[in-house]
Ligand binder design. Sequence first.
Ligand SMILES: [Mg+2]
Length: 131
Amino acid sequence: MEETNFDCRHCVFNKGLYCEADGDCFEGEKHGNKEVQTELSVRDIYKMAIEKWGREEQTNLAIEEMAELMQAINKTRRYPDSLKARDNIAEEIADVSVMLEQLILIYDCQENVEDWKERKVSRILEHLMKY
Ligand SMILES: [Mg+2]
């Protein structure tokens, strides 16, 4: 499925469908004239979650998941050989990753985050070369 235009809130959020009306489909006006895909992308699902539970709730959940990851990391320090603890870290990394993607949507900062990541990684490389 190609990149979804989320201006079409009627279709994406209320029906869980992707509409190719490109933002012109408010209240389903032009919905009937456009082809609709039923396959949802991960991004569609994040958008629907934000719409359903709200920005504040999803932000709180992000904070909660980050705390759970910290706890999981601490646990592997206490039980370094525990497979269960390692699996728990993987689960919590997945949770945080899912919530970070939603935070990016909530704060509408995808490009800014990509810019920062690029800068941060360059900086790591600089430090690697220097020391
Ligand atoms: Mg969790």
